[in-house]
Design a protein around this ligand. Structure first.
Ligand SMILES: Cc1ncc(COP(=O)(O)O)c(C=O)c1O
Length: 419
């Protein structure tokens, strides 16, 4: 999805100054865009007790998480490091869901310490592994062959995640026996899904489990969590999700549930990509123009910063700063400097005529982009900046060679064990 009009307008005014002060490359987030996204979604769900638990893995940047925390957001953490990060920001235990999988005993110990969090268990064997059963527990549900998953996340029957349908009543019964008194129910079976109906079906699916738990164990759930996976239109042909339709249909499903079980659980989501994805851009400079069998435009950024095009073959819009209205005359591959031929930020992309020094903007880099970044070839990750009302702040410094232990340690770095 191209960046929104406000972000684009602000960029036009301030980008030269930011480049002058910070150099390139950098990732720039738009604070207002992220704030608006949270506020709009909450407004659409105002008829329910609703909250989004932002998926920290999408944009694990404390300053951005704090923005959301100040608005009232909860947080979905899928690792102990993410959990510790949000705890340090002061997020209350009831606003943290720890949805780990393949979890170790040590990780459970950290998760239940310091006031704990909402533990979201992924397997029946974890019920006895949790050092002490918290008062409130949640389970991740995997519907198996009842749902087909979406193209990106794959088939639930092949997924390593979640409690199978056949075990779902049993896990709550066992947790009750170990002392759990409050319950939640979670699922996560799609990714970057643009069809709003999918989320309605997820809600319907969890409603059916709520009814079974009501009937078989007389359990009343505090909340259902339909997970993340709400998509953004990366490509020119992708259509944005119809949020108004999605939320009104989900509210209907929740009302139907109330008519059957006599109460409405709170509704949670774990949208990550949708909240921050369109509100981040990667800004880079053209370093080389190379005419080979194809025309290559080399920039001062590589796909180690945003690996999505290289690993998923995904499209990200590119714009050329100051040449937005120029005629399209070129078909080029935009490449980085990694020793890998898939290090292409764009393939056979139609762009205006480019020159060395031009500034390229890669859109939709706010989520699951730099957080997927890596240091292959010793390539360093860039600074990350946040555009606010009247300033720009650096929220993560660029990596320096010293951060890469191997370049400086010069040899053995740990203990030696005689064998
Ligand atoms: C458990 C869980 N929740 C939420 C998300 C967030 O997904 P998205 O950012 O696509 O909304 C993920 C993504 O991997 C996830 O695994």
């Amino acid at each position: 999805m191209p960046i929104n009009n406000n972000f684009e307008k602000k960029l036009k005014q301030v980008l030269p100054k930011i480049i002058n002060e910070f150099g390139t490359p950098f990732v720039l987030y738009d604070a207002q865009g992220i704030i608006d996204e949270y506020v709009n979604l909450s407004e659409c769900f105002k008829d329910l007790k609703y909250n989004n638990f932002f998926a920290v893995k999408a944009t694990p940047e404390p300053v951005i998480l704090k923005l959301m925390l100040d608005l009232g957001s909860g947080f979905d953490c899928s690792s102990i490091q993410e959990l510790l990060m949000v705890r340090k920001l002061g997020v209350k235990p009831e606003n943290i869901i720890f949805t780990s999988n393949n979890t170790s005993k040590e990780e459970f110990e950290v998760a239940v310490a310091d006031g704990g969090c909402i533990l979201n268990l992924d397997d029946v064997s974890f019920i006895d592994k949790v050092p002490q059963m918290p008062e409130r527990i949640c389970f991740r549900y995997n519907p198996g062959s009842a749902r087909s998953g979406n193209d990106i996340i794959g088939d639930p029957v092949e997924s390593k995640f979640g409690v199978p349908d056949k075990q779902i009543i049993e896990v709550y019964a066992q947790a009750q026996k170990r002392g759990a008194k409050k319950f939640g129910l979670h699922t996560m079976i799609c990714s970057n899904e643009l069809d709003h109906e999918y989320f309605v079906q997820n809600t319907q699916m969890l409603s059916e489990v709520v009814m079974r738990l009501h009937k078989e164990l007389n359990i009343k759930l505090d909340f259902i969590n339909i997970g993340g996976g709400l998509g953004i239109p990366y490509g020119p042909k992708d259509k944005p999700v119809n949020i108004a339709k999605m939320t009104s249909r989900i509210i209907e499903v929740m009302q139907d549930l109330e008519n059957i079980v006599g109460y409405v659980p709170d509704l949670y989501t774990e949208f990550g990509r949708y909240m921050t994805g369109p509100h981040g851009v990667l800004v880079m400079r053209v370093e080389n123009i190379m005419n080979k069998y194809r025309k290559y435009v080399g920039v001062d950024a590589s796909t180690n910063i945003n690996p999505r095009p290289a690993i998923y073959d995904t499209y990200h819009k590119l714009s050329v700063f100051g040449k937005e209205d120029d005629k399209i005359t070129e078909v080029v591959d935009v490449v980085g400097s990694l020793c890998r031929n898939n290090d292409k930020l764009a393939v056979e992309r139609r762009l205006p005529k480019l020159e060395i020094g031009d500034i390229l903007i890669q859109h939709d880099v706010g989520a699951h982009a730099v957080s997927l970044g890596y240091n292959y070839n010793g390539r360093l990750l860039p600074q990350q900046l946040l555009l606010r009302q009247s300033d720009v702040v650096c929220i993560r410094r660029k990596q320096v060679p010293k951060d890469m232990d191997i370049t400086l340690s010069g040899g053995i770095v740990g203990k030696t064990v005689q064998i």
